[in-house]
Ligand binder design. Structure first.
Ligand SMILES: [Fe+2]
Ligand SMILES: [Fe+2]
Length: 327
């Protein structure tokens, strides 16, 4: 769990008006080409600020919403040690959200507005957190496959061009690596356990295969955001490249653990070494992202309930604890 006191507090930076300025744009792209980090207050194209804010905000939302399916399983963890590890992981995820909302705030958007947009459904979050966690096997798969996918994604994004986001991700990926180990350990225990445990793991694996394939987003040729984010160093690798990196790491382990992979046409291209997959249902992806997945309404209702029930604390802090003066 990260502590908010470690975050740089103080007023938001002055935001220079990023109008169309060809000379400033050339200088900006030159900095990115040299591998320099862009920092709050630096000149940046309006579209860089807009796209980056959207991306970090959605990532922060995903961390906060991702705590819910696993948090629901804390009372039902099968042993004391499993419960301790799951509690620690869920706390980490909420901490990641705090880090990321703070990183997004450096671009000029207040956190209260971002939380409001999450709660009223106008800001999106990862598709995977709108699926049910029916059994303990789902907790294994979330920890192994989803945190595994997050490690691939966030390790790549941590090399990106915006300083506060890249630094937050560097720290977050240390904790995600622990989550992956936790998920893998639960998965191995189930996959090498009794027939009942193996069946539970396989059924959960079947449920999570397709959402995991969707996790990295639509294929590059359909993705509307990838081009500009790649050009400005926000997203160093494309959706398809990230998906391949995940498949190269995880498919051999899936086979080793004896899982039956639901994509019957999955095969390796002997020339490139890439895994060729059956495309998941991208219409389902769009529906889920846009609020019509199996658990969207329940999860957002729970998040609103938590927000409402903790309003007394925010009120108390706002009234009685002055923020430290800016350095
Ligand atoms: Fe996380
Ligand atoms: Fe995680």
């Amino acid at each position: 769990m990260v502590m908010m006191s470690e975050l740089p507090l103080g007023p938001l930076p002055d935001v220079p008006e990023a109008t169309s300025d060809p000379e400033a744009l050339i200088a900006f792209e030159g900095r990115i080409a040299r591998g320099e980090r862009i920092e709050p207050g630096d000149w940046m194209p309006a579209d860089y600020r807009r796209q980056l804010t959207r991306l970090i905000q959605q990532h922060a939302n995903s961390e906060l919403m991702g705590a819910l399916p696993e948090g629901m399983w804390i009372p039902f963890a099968p042993s004391f040690k499993r419960k301790l590890a799951l509690i620690a992981k869920v706390q980490d995820e909420v901490g990641h959200a705090l880090y990321l909302y703070r990183a997004a705030e450096t671009l000029g958007k207040p956190r209260t507005q971002m939380i409001e947009e999450l709660l009223n459904g106008t800001s999106k979050y990862s598709n995977v957190f709108n699926y049910p966690a029916e059994t303990w096997g789902d907790i294994a798969m979330i920890g192994w496959l989803i945190d595994g996918a997050a490690v691939v994604n966030q390790t790549i994004m941590a090399t990106g061009s915006y300083g506060p986001y890249a630094r937050a991700l560097k720290r977050i990926t240390y904790e995600e690596a622990f989550h992956l180990k936790q998920g893998y350990d639960v998965t191995v225990a189930l996959a090498t356990g009794t027939q009942l445990q193996r069946d539970m793991a396989q059924e959960a694996f079947n449920r999570w295969w397709w959402p995991t394939m969707m996790f990295f987003g639509p294929p590059d040729k359909q993705s509307v955001h990838t081009g500009i984010l790649h050009r400005w160093g926000v997203k160093p690798k494309s959706n398809d490249e990230q998906r391949q990196e995940f498949l190269r790491k995880f498919v051999p382990k899936m086979i080793e653990l004896g899982f039956d992979i639901p994509d019957k046409d999955l095969r390796k291209d002997p020339q490139t070494g890439d895994w060729i997959i059956t495309q998941p249902d991208w219409d389902e992806f769009k529906r889920v992202i846009n609020g019509d997945g199996p658990m969207n309404k329940e999860r957002l209702a729970l998040r609103r309930l938590i927000y409402d029930e903790s309003s007394w604390l925010r009120t108390a802090l706002d009234r009685h604890v002055p923020l430290p003066a800016a350095a």
